[in-house]
Design a protein around this ligand. Structure first.
Ligand code: ADP
Length: 902
């Protein structure tokens, strides 16, 4: 540690010269003169001492011995203000023996200075820590530097740092601290650190601090940059859009002003976007203002409106909020109903008019209409009672108010509804149109929501607003379309709604909609404000009751529609379907008629169904065919001669076309009547033709009665055959467990009674083993349709008995009934559908369980009953008697008599 006397140069605040570093600073002329004289007689080293900040103590202790590298003269030496530039090169740390007070002056006072030794070797750990901190900082600096040259420089320094030895660590610390930008106090403290260990530690602190500053400022810079670039991009795009719109507008106005038939070329209302937008917003605002003060919907509306105002127009969020507000304000809340609905229910003639409406829209369905009238009567009475209660409450309120008592608020009306109606029946039996008639009778709007295949709860309840492209559910949509809070909503096909799955539970959502206890505050996920559905009249429809969940069924009153007889279909077709189709296809009654025979032919040969939908479609096809003919006939100039009103009808339905006509009346007089023989040309080959002929009386084959999943009745062949085997029963035809068990029961019963039935020669002999060992194969076509249920029991018994005994069951007999091992025949469901299905299939004899007798008497139309013969049986013995005919089987016992014949 040596000392010497050095001229002292004060570096103006905040300059600091560190050992190894270089510094260039402007100096005054007089100072330059002093330095020049110094250069003449010494080795050009001086003490560069950093001057403290003006407001801090002016004593100095530390500095750097510096060699004068250059002194640059100003270009114009005559100007006294032009400074000299002095370049210094730091050599080593120095300090004064004691702090000295130096004033800024243009002289270089000489002081004794002590050289701080840099000989010490720092510890290995400190050097490692130093290297790590330095490398982190250098890495960051390299990453952040925009110029590639600079980046390379930093990386080169990093390479040096990595390989530096412990002896040289203090030196590289000086180099780095001088190179990285850091704060004045930190640099000063670093300069004062004469101990190498301490110096390295300070360098570490400084690097860490600098790294984090670098990182944060980088983050801020990139965030600012990003937001700027987004805004700029948006601004730029908007400008472009506006320019494009202007161009388009000018193009359009020039083309409309020259183009023919495009108006005057003035401003188009479609172009005036801004105005329309402002109008929409004003409209929305009015709608929010119209909501009931203090209501939940208004609070939400106001809150969203405020958010809307804060968000820039044209942004995605703005659109989302606007569409939400549009939905919110379009829900028919009690407050925004401008017109009070006419009080149809209180009108004394309400029921008479309702009855007339139902009759006008539907033929037959007497029982159902009676049930609907009861329903409407209940709705009416409840409405009247409700109105009376509200009135009484109003009176109490006014009296208590006049007496100065605080009145209790009136109770909310519970809604005027009876149980929820559930129409069950095959397609096309008028379920939807009955719902429409009820709505018409009540003077309410009608909406239909199809639930078939709904698997996602959100389809009923809406998607939450967080969801992209979210929207309200079908209930809210129906309410909006209806525009009133008391529409009739038909929930179509509730049996086909999905149950609990990963999209939620649609059936549970439906339950909430229908449950009178809950539906006064129905929560749609999108609207997210409770909606009162208690005034809505819900009607459900379904094809079957089997798949409807028990809680849902519990809330409904089931009204069954089984299907129509041919006679009813004829009436419906003549009175409703044909006129409707004629009108829909632009013809008039005088231009087209279908004879009764033709209608019956369509119903029996083309559309064998319980309802009338296919019939309507087939009639529509016939009408369209005739409409084309009519148009062609007119085009050939016939209309000009005869005129539409003069179109002659052939009148005589048996009249045959003569050889000259081309069959459609074209070029001849107009033939308005369609007869059965023309139908094949129009509708193609009859679908059901020959089915009866195909039915055969065959050993082992019997006809059973079924109800399909669509709720439609029909007949089903039960086929059995014997084949060499091991005495087993084989069942095919997509059969469920229950129907398979019926097969087993049937075979067991037949085996047990084989001796009595004359199938085997002795008791206890297995007819499948003696005389030959056989398998019995039972098949129910069509193989692709799933079948289940116990009702094929007696048909299976008859098939086995026929197969094993050789006796045949006549082909015009069909049967249904569950069997037990004891030989009882127990009741089954769907009798009405099954009987009607059998009737449609030209079956005239039906074997049914005795306990189903009442179903036939109550539910089956008289005209069908008259045409059919029913055998009600209590036991399998009776069923066999009825099926094979008395005495046909070789009974080895006193046989029972047939118990009933209707
Ligand atoms: P569903 O809803 O049961 O499937 P729809 O109500 O849609 O059947 O009826 C199908 C068509 O049949 C409708 O045009 C309807 O008017 C007509 N229809 C059904 N039953 C009758 C009836 N009893 N009287 C008159 N038209 C009927």
């Amino acid at each position: 540690m040596g000392s010497s006397k050095l001229p002292v140069l004060l570096l103006p605040h905040p300059l600091i010269l560190l050992p190894t570093a270089r510094l260039m600073l402007p100096i005054s002329r007089s100072l330059a003169d002093a330095i020049l004289s110094l250069l003449a007689d010494s080795d050009a080293v001086l003490a560069a001492i950093p001057l403290p900040a003006p407001d801090s103590p002016s004593e100095v202790t530390y500095g750097t011995a510096a060699r004068i590298a250059r002194l640059v003269r100003p270009r114009n030496q005559s100007s006294p203000t032009q400074p000299y530039l002095l370049s210094l090169h730091g050599i080593e740390r120095i300090r004064f023996p004691s702090p000295i007070h130096i004033d800024q002056s243009d002289t270089l006072p000489v002081h004794t200075v002590i050289y701080s030794s840099s000989d010490g070797i720092p510890s290995r750990d400190t050097v490692e820590a130093f290297k790590h901190a330095a490398l982190v900082l250098l890495d960051r600096l390299a990453k952040d530097s925009l110029q590639p040259q600079r980046k390379d420089d930093w990386l080169r320094v990093a390479a040096i740092v990595e390989d530096i030895s412990e002896q040289r660590a203090a030196w590289i610390a000086d180099v780095l601290v001088a190179a990285v930008s850091s704060q004045y106090p930190d640099k000063l403290a670093f300069l004062a650190a004469t101990d190498v260990e301490d110096r390295l530690r300070r360098a570490i602190e400084l690097f860490v601090k600098q790294s984090s500053i670098q990182e944060v400022s980088k983050k801020i810079a990139s965030a600012v940059d990003e937001s700027f670039s987004r805004q700029q991009k948006e601004y730029f795009l908007r400008q472009q859009l506006a320019a494009i719109q202007r161009e388009l507008q000018s193009l359009q106005s020039s083309s409309t002003s020259v183009g023919p038939g495009f108006g005057t070329g003035g401003p188009n209302e479609l172009d005036d976007d801004d105005q329309a937008d402002a109008d929409d917003l004003a409209d929305l605002r009015c709608k929010i203002e119209a909501l009931n003060v203090n209501s939940e919907e208004r609070k939400v509306g106001v809150r969203e409106w405020r958010r809307l105002k804060r968000i820039p127009q044209g942004s995605v969020e703005n659109g989302v909020i606007r569409s939400y507000l549009e939905w919110l304000t379009s829900v028919p809340w009690p407050s925004n109903l401008t017109t009070t609905p006419p009080d149809v229910l209180k009108d004394p003639s309400f029921l008479t008019r309702a009855r007339a409406q139902l009759d006008a829209d539907h033929y037959g369905l007497d029982q159902i209409k009676r049930r609907l009238m009861e329903y409407l009567a209940v709705v009416r009475l409840r409405a009247i009672a409700d109105a009376a209660r509200t009135q009484a409450q109003g009176d109490t309120l006014s009296t208590s108010a006049s007496l100065g008592v605080t009145p209790t608020p009136p109770k909310k009306s519970k809604g005027v509804k009876g149980p929820i109606l559930l129409f069950v029946g095959p397609p096309g039996t008028g379920k939807t149109s009955l719902g429409q008639s009820i709505a018409k009778a009540l003077g309410r709007p009608f909406q239909r929501i199809s639930l078939g295949g709904v698997r996602d709860e959100a389809e009923i309840r809406g998607h939450r607003r967080t969801y992209v492209a979210s929207g309200p559910g079908s209930i809210v949509q129906a309410l909006r379309k209806a525009g009133r809070n008391d529409p009739v909503i038909l929930l179509d096909e509730v049996d086909k709604v999905g149950h609990s799955n990963f999209h939620g539970d649609p059936a549970a959502a439906l339950l909430e909609v229908l449950d009178p206890e809950q539906n006064h505050s129905f929560n749609d996920h999108y609207i997210n404000v409770p909606i009162d559905l208690s005034q809505v009249l819900f009607i459900c429809t379904s094809n079957t009751l089997d798949t409807i969940s028990a809680p849902l069924l519990d809330r409904c009153e089931v009204v069954e529609l089984s299907g129509y007889t041919y006679d009813e279909k004829m009436h419906i077709a003549k009175r409703f379907l044909l006129p409707k189709q004629i009108c829909a296809n632009g013809l008039s009654d005088s231009q087209l008629t279908l004879t009764d025979d033709a209608l019956l032919h369509v119903a029996t040969m083309y559309t064998r169904e319980a309802g009338v939908r296919s019939l309507e479609r087939a009639i529509g096809a016939v009408v369209r065919f005739k409409a084309v003919e009519w148009a062609e006939w007119l085009d050939k100039g016939n209309g000009a001669v005869e005129g539409e009103g003069n179109a002659k009808r052939s009148g005589n339905e048996n009249e045959k076309q003569d050889g000259n006509t081309d069959g459609n009346g074209v070029g001849n007089e107009w033939r308005a009547t369609v007869e059965p023989h023309e139908l094949e040309k129009i509708l193609g080959i009859p679908r059901w033709d020959g089915e009866e002929r195909d039915r055969e009386e065959k050993r082992g084959v019997v006809y059973g009665l079924v109800v399909t999943g669509m709720g439609e009745g029909g007949i089903l062949p039960v086929e059995s055959t014997a084949l060499p085997g091991t005495g087993r029963l084989k069942l095919t035809g997509s059969l469920g467990d229950v129907i398979k068990e019926s097969g087993e029961i049937a075979l067991s019963w037949v085996k047990t009674h084989a001796f009595e039935l004359g199938i085997t020669a002795g008791r206890g002999v297995d007819p499948l083993k003696v005389p030959d060992v056989i398998d019995v194969h039972l098949h129910l076509p069509a193989g692709a349709q799933k079948k289940d249920g116990p009702s094929a029991g007696i048909a299976m018994i008859c098939a086995f008995v026929s197969l094993l005994s050789g006796a045949c069951v006549p082909k015009d007999i069909a049967m249904t009934g569950e069997i037990t091992l004891r030989g009882r025949v127990t009741p089954v469901g769907g009798i009405r559908m099954k009987v009607l299905g059998a009737h449609r299939a030209q079956i005239r004899k039906v074997i049914l369980p005795w306990a189903n007798r009442k179903d036939v008497e109550h539910d089956v139309a008289l005209e069908v009953r008259r045409e059919m013969q029913f055998f009600f049986v209590r036991t399998i013995d009776e069923a066999l008697e009825a099926a094979f005919g008395r005495g046909a089987l070789g009974w080895r016992k006193e046989t029972v008599l047939l118990e009933s014949r209707l």
